[in-house]
Design a protein around this ligand. Structure first.
Ligand code: COA
Ligand code: AMP
Length: 638
């Protein structure tokens, strides 16, 4: 365990900078290896670096079996709490070992072998976590797809990952409705031309699915008749999982994580960043479809021998804004990780924190917020109602674990609301100008990370090393381009302010406005369109669309707008939250014909102060202001 003493952050950070191989080599001893690594950092193919080359381990063994062996067999590994299914289920480490062995056997029976890919399209049920671990157990590479995505998005992931099998459920549960996952899956496999892919389906009593004879197998039956399997040795550098994330095009990027570096970094992050230790109860209120779910519902807590909470519910409405505190009391939660938007939803309903006072929160030590920017008010509200430290941390799907944070297990530093604090040891972060020069304190620049990045970060895009290099490594040689912009203050505290591309962040969900524009442009009545992310008091950002129609279109504007909203929902999914679109006569453009999206965005946010000099014709702006006003923007004070 790290000693939490004054000056320790600076010392730890300096140690990681001075000799990364020694630093990470020491930390790697926290993992059980079948064969130790030959080189901590393999830099023989710069700019592509690999961690713990030559090492052999099994991630499932490290998450499960070793805890059974080391005296944690009867400790709870997973607590599933679903206000939507009105169920609580508790699984010990011993039971989890049996389950992963059994599920691993069922995967083998489906024909899945080491190195094969498996898509997991599942709601927040414990079977989904066991399935991920079972893949790791047999050396298969899982790709979990968020349930809120529509069939065409799932289909893109099927096409790219080419799964040997798909694991899914009959339905997911949302307040007041069941989402028919199986129907969406069938449609996705049809779109992908992969109808023959074997599927294992968990039948949930809330909405059963029809199974396709000869292709689909019933989950419970398949697991019951499977023979348990042991953990197979895999190379540290073998892939553990692929997670798709929005890029600037409609094609999602398959971020790949390895086994060795991931296990080392994730376990260490639990103690160093989250001050969470074996036996603690850790709850990441997210979804396994997102990176937060991968890292801090599944792998981080289990690698560290904690109890992880799997929550199938919302922060509000299931049944009220005290839902989080009920779960904390019921299961003795020590640390909670969620997105700021969840707290904004709670604040709306319980501004004075009256509900939290109804529950015993004596075991609760710290709240961690990430996934989107925390504005100072998010932090102060959470701190006021909880009375514990509130820690903002910045990272992204690609990185897998925090890069900027207050490292609570190393040395808690004074909090500055609005800042994610300092670089985590192992990450060298700069804010660069266009020429690759560091910006002065207080000035916003492109957030870059010096190579090699620490273990646990992505090492490529699935079957697309060229895309990895072009997207992330080519802009500033020797550095990873994050796609975010931010600044360091005089004390070295980092704040991440905005994206430099067309990615927006809606309730902690990462989406591409470019992709939405492509969908709008595909409508037969639309000549052109622009989608921007506008500030929203609850979700942080929401997408809004402005479209110009082709001449001679007969349909009413209202009908076309309805069709556009339906089309984004059908193509991307409800999670895109695309509800606001308006027809305009023209879009603001530069003299060279580029749509001035930033101008539209700042107008929607109410922060537009001056008209860009490059604008072709500024008489277009009053109409844009009127269209935005009709949609109800700005929603946040400028
Ligand atoms: N399957 C299918 N649809 C889903 C889904 C799932 N797993 N999860 C969400 N959706 C749907 C919702 O029902 C909603 O549809 P609607 O427009 O028909 O109502 C839409 O996708 C948007 O969902 P969401 O972003 O969850 O918004 P919301 O308005 O339902 O709830 C919050 C708002 C703030 C309560 C919610 O975003 C939340 O709990 N956030 C917590 C943070 C979080 O999980 N972040 C993830 C990254 S850490
Ligand atoms: P995702 O890959 O879905 O986790 O989204 C990552 C993106 O969310 C980052 O690139 C940022 O734009 C944003 N983000 C995540 N955490 C923070 C934070 N603490 N502060 C500011 N932005 C954040």
């Amino acid at each position: 365990m790290i000693k939490n003493v004054s000056g320790n952050y600076a010392r730890t950070y300096a140690a990681a900078q001075a000799d990364p191989a020694k630093f990470w080599g020491d930390i790697a001893k926290g993992i059980d290896w079948i064969k130790p690594w030959e080189r901590v950092i393999d830099d023989s193919r710069k700019p592509f670096y690999r961690w713990f080359a030559g090492g052999v381990l099994n991630t499932c063994y490290n998450c499960v079996d070793r805890h059974v062996k080391n005296g944690r067999a009867d400790q709870l590994a997973i607590v599933y709490d679903s206000p939507l299914a009105q169920t609580v289920r508790k699984i010990t480490y011993r039971e989890l070992q049996e389950l992963t062995a059994q599920y691993g056997g069922a995967l083998r029976d489906l024909g899945v072998k080491k190195g094969d890919t498996v898509i997991i399209y599942m709601p927040m049920v414990p079977e989904a976590i066991v399935a991920m671990l079972a893949c790791a157990r047999i050396g298969a590479v899982h790709s979990v797809v968020f349930g809120g995505f529509a069939a065409p998005e799932l289909a893109k992931r099927v096409v790219d990952a080419k799964p040997k099998a798909v694991l899914s459920a009959s339905c997911g549960l949302l307040p007041g409705r069941a989402v028919p996952y199986k129907a969406l899956l069938d449609e996705a496999l049809r779109i992908a031309g992969a109808e023959k892919t074997p599927c294992m389906i968990l039948q949930r009593k809330q909405l059963k699915a029809e199974l396709i004879a000869g292709r689909d197998v019933d989950w419970d039956e398949a697991v019951a008749k499977a023979k348990p399997v042991d953990c197979v040795p895999v190379a540290a550098t073998d892939p553990l999982y692929i997670i798709y994330t929005s890029g600037t095009t409609g094609k999602p990027k398959g971020v790949v994580r390895d086994n060795g570096g991931h296990a080392v970094a994730l376990r260490w992050s639990m103690e160093a960043v989250y001050d969470t230790h074996p036996g603690d109860v850790y709850w990441a209120a997210s979804d396994i479809g997102w990176v937060v779910g991968h890292s801090y519902i599944v792998y981080g807590p289990l690698l560290q021998g904690c109890t992880t909470i799997v929550y199938e519910g919302k922060p509000v409405g299931t049944p009220d804004a005290g839902a989080f505190w009920r779960v904390c009391q019921a299961h003795g939660v020590n640390a909670l990780f969620t997105a700021p938007t969840a707290f904004r939803a709670i604040k709306k309903e319980d501004p004075n924190g009256e509900l939290v006072r109804k529950y015993d929160m004596s075991k609760f030590r710290c709240l961690y917020l990430a996934g989107e920017r925390s504005v100072p008010d998010d932090i102060t509200y959470a701190k006021k109602i909880l009375g514990v430290p509130v820690v903002d941390n910045w990272w992204q799907t690609e990185l897998g674990w925090p890069a900027l944070s207050n490292c609570m297990g190393i040395e808690p530093l004074p909090v500055k609301p609005g800042s994610a604090t300092k670089p985590v040891p192992g990450f060298t972060i700069e804010m660069f100008d266009e020429d690759g020069q560091p910006k002065a304190a207080g000035e916003v620049g492109n957030l870059v990370i010096k190579l090699p990045m620490p273990p646990g970060t992505l090492y490529t895009l699935w079957h697309n090393e060229k895309g990895y290099e072009e997207t992330y490594l080519s802009r500033y040689p020797g550095y990873y381009l994050s796609g975010d912009a931010g600044y360091f203050d005089q004390d070295g505290y980092g704040s991440v302010m905005t994206r430099i591309d067309d990615i927006i962040n809606v309730a902690g969900h990462r989406l591409s406005t470019g992709q939405m524009e492509q969908i709008l442009a595909a409508h037969p009545a639309v000549a052109e369109g622009a989608v921007v992310g506008a500030a929203d008091p609850l979700k942080g950002q929401v997408p809004i669309g402005l479209v110009v129609l082709k001449s001679g279109v007969k349909k009413s504007e209202a009908e076309i707008c309805q069709e556009l909203v339906a089309s984004v929902r059908a193509q991307i999914g409800a999670v895109a939250a695309f509800k606001d679109v308006k027809v305009v006569k023209r879009l603001p453009k530069t003299r060279s014909g580029k749509v001035l999206r930033v101008t539209i965005r700042t107008m929607a946010d109410g922060t537009q102060i001056k008209v860009p000099a490059t604008i072709e014709d500024d008489t277009v702006l009053p109409e844009i202001t009127a269209a935005l006003k009709a949609l109800g923007y700005p929603r946040v004070g400028g």
